[in-house]
Design a protein around this ligand. Structure first.
Ligand SMILES: [Zn+2]
Length: 50
């Protein structure tokens, strides 16, 4: 089994990653994906408060 991030052999402890570093990197990268979702889109266009 190889580390999906750097293709180094996976370690027993951090499978399928080669190290904690890659494990963390992967985790962070998908957390960041989550943050990409735009949330500030609903508050505008609702200014009919006359
Ligand atoms: Zn790696």
């Amino acid at each position: 089994m190889k580390c999906p991030l750097c293709q180094a052999p996976a370690s027993q402890e951090d499978r399928p990653f080669c190290s904690k570093l890659c494990k963390d990197r992967d985790l962070l990268s998908w957390i960041n994906e989550d943050y990409k979702i735009p949330v500030k889109d609903e508050e505008q266009g609702d200014k009919k408060d006359d």
